[in-house]
Design a protein around this ligand. Structure first.
Ligand SMILES: Nc1nc2c(c(=O)[nH]1)N[C@@H](CN(C=O)c1ccc(C(=O)N[C@@H](CCC(=O)O)C(=O)O)cc1)CN2
Length: 282
């Protein structure tokens, strides 16, 4: 039987309704959640994501401030912008869109953001809190993935979660969030030998490698839950994930599509984190 599709767009819309209602309540108390996004350079995909973040904020009644900076901006000037936002009482959430140009080190930039405004959940303080099971801003894509799995009532405790990819913003924190839910987690990456040996054991397989249709049907155990974080273009320039969707859906129990899967959840979790940051001010 073909897998059930986990519709990220629909789940995101449901969660956004709750965020909107809470935002309205907060505004009645005189607090309008405010998000500022810093976009450096002219990467077209980044520009689209940032525009979508701004639009989503406004639709939910939040304040959105976009700061666009040229590709050749110095690290020092970027830090000054972040410092101003750290001090701005109307801005509750700050994020710097990634990737940054090669001359700017992302770690130093992330560490310049006040952890209490770090709605991406990338600051080492928030990562440390997440790892030790404390209250934290959780990274948006991993948090969105967890919500998608939980929305279908899928058991996580005791299950084997295999993550392909070890980026700081998706792979590593995604594994950690599932570990926090008592899963057994295996990380695979570009140096893993015999990748299929691991992926075929996965009850929940999360792919974040960035290679079009990389995960084939023979990577997947019958009945596995397959989460596709990839955002790639196929040979015809069409948006597609890491997973060979048509083939894998015949084997999996649940599967996420691209587009309309994890992507919309990422932006929704950003809105949830912005609301959380604003509520802390109260
Ligand atoms: N500071 C950050 N930078 C980046 C993050 C992040 O969470 N914080 N994640 C990604 C990009 N990203 C958000 O910023 C993102 C990517 C994709 C989507 C999305 O909704 N995708 C759609 C398809 C969009 C399209 O048509 O091109 C989908 O999957 O349906 C949202 C957010 C890297 N940088």
């Amino acid at each position: 039987m073909a897998a059930e599709i986990i519709d990220g767009k629909q789940l995101a819309a449901e969660i956004r309704k709750d965020i909107q209602a809470e935002t309205e309540q907060l505004k009645k108390q005189g607090i309008t959640p405010g998000l500022s996004v810093i976009l450096v350079g002219n990467d077209q995909a980044s520009r689209t994501y940032v525009k979508n973040k701004e639009k989503a904020c406004r639709e939910l009644g939040m304040k959105s401030v976009l700061i666009e900076l040229p590709e050749n901006i110095s690290e020092q000037t970027l830090f000054e912008h972040i410092e101003n936002l750290n001090e701005d009482p109307d801005i509750h959430g700050i994020l710097v869109q990634l990737p940054l140009p090669p001359h700017i080190g992302p770690n130093k930039v992330i560490e310049a953001i006040d952890p209490a405004k770090d709605v991406d959940g990338f600051h080492p303080i928030n990562i440390g809190r997440m790892m030790t099971g404390q209250d934290a801003f959780l990274p948006c894509t991993p948090r969105g993935i967890l919500k998608m799995v939980q929305s279908k009532g899928i058991e996580i405790a005791g299950k084997h979660v295999v993550v392909i990819g070890r980026s700081n913003i998706v792979g590593k924190p995604a594994g950690q969030l599932f570990l926090n839910e008592n899963a057994t987690v295996t990380y695979c990456h570009s140096k893993t030998t015999d990748l299929k040996f691991y992926t075929q054991q996965a009850d929940i397989l999360i792919s974040a490698v960035g290679k079009a249709k990389f995960v084939k049907a023979d990577f997947v155990k019958d009945g596995a839950v397959v989460i596709d974080v990839g955002m790639n273009r196929d040979e015809n320039g069409k948006l597609c994930g890491d997973v060979d969707f048509d083939a894998v859906k015949e084997k999996a129990s649940f599967i996420t599509p691209v587009p309309g899967g994890v992507g919309p959840m990422t932006i929704t979790m950003l809105l949830a984190n912005t609301l959380k940051a604003a509520k802390k001010v109260r």
